[in-house]
Design a protein around this ligand. Sequence first.
Ligand SMILES: Cc1cc2nc3c(=O)[nH]c(=O)nc-3n(C[C@H](O)[C@H](O)[C@H](O)COP(=O)(O)O)c2cc1C
Length: 189
Amino acid sequence: MYRPWEGDVMRVAALCGSLREGSYNQALLDTVIDRAGAHGPEIVQVPIRDFTLFSQDLEADPPAEVTAAKELIQSADCLLLVTPEYNFGVPGVLKNAIDWLSRPFGDPTLRGRGMALMGASTGYMGTVRAQLAWRQLWHFFRSPVFTDVEVLMTSARDKVRGGQVVDPATLEVLDRYLEALHTWLGRIS
Ligand SMILES: Cc1cc2nc3c(=O)[nH]c(=O)nc-3n(C[C@H](O)[C@H](O)[C@H](O)COP(=O)(O)O)c2cc1C
């Protein structure tokens, strides 16, 4: 859900890597946005649904939705990737968005900006392989990566109802994650 920043708080710009209706990762992000007010930073979702496929031919004059996303992220203290795992790796939708946001070479949107991760899968590994892959490629941006608490939502079918996470143990982890993220943002900013 897109909404502007409210007040003088730590700001997190979040990207969801699934466009699926009924997505568990979108439910995870919606739940985190709702709980963030009480437990830490302000979180705003950055829309990437309308990003076209990246081509370097287009990077000098990017589409308006890419420019808008860059502005929102540049006003944030940190980027949050809410990632599915596809074929033991990162999902193309989110990789495409990151490729747009990283260009042209030297663009300040991602470089040095803090990055945090979470993810949901229907399997029993909870996106751990995708999250490790994101951490690996994030070295390129010379950015600090939040790892104090990890959110790996396994068996997501059993933990989401009506577009919200309802599993008590996951909700407890989410609150710990938000509090630790808030503390970490205070340290790095
Ligand atoms: C192309 C594709 C590849 C997938 N690969 C994995 C995988 O490697 N590991 C995993 O745990 N789940 C995998 N899944 C299952 C996803 O965890 C599941 O579809 C999940 O619901 C995707 O997130 P979403 O609900 O936010 O769309 C895959 C699903 C698709 C469509």
